[in-house]
Design a protein. Sequence first.
Length: 192
Amino acid sequence: MSKRAAAVARTRKRIVDATRELHGEQGIAATSWDDIAARAGVGVGTVYRHFPSLDELIPACGEITMQVVAPPDPSKMPALFEHAGKPDERIERLVREMFAIYERGAPQLRAMRREGDVHPRVAQDRDALEASLSALVDTALAPLDAAPQDRAVARALVDLNTWEALRDQGLGPAESVAEISAMLARRLTARG
């Protein structure tokens, strides 16, 4: 890559990173081109040269967000639980996987959920993520013969809002996983 191409790529990355940060902090619709330029340390004209419209910028941000968040591919989900034979092991792995996704991108995920109507790509990424999260729950609970209500409770307990509430109450990552795993295990294995 030439020096010029490398400089262009670095500037483009700074703009996308700045935009993603701002979307997570203040929301997608509330983020202006001036905000992006200031955060990226470039002029507004530079932002427009790299991304002439939201139709170029939003997909670039979405692509990076989905790479960072890295929801598991539904076709590879069974492998996540391959060596988790016991119900409590499956549940703990589910909670750990879900909460790790939130650790990697909670601010952007909140923005996607709140503002899916801002741009079709935001809605597309939000829907893909939600489908992946639901599939993760379904895959983890499949051998546990969980009723639909149990699946709904599990999905709620491993949701972004639950993860945030635990953080707000001072629980760290390991404590959060342990507490929610224990709750779910009690609910899902008590019927035996």
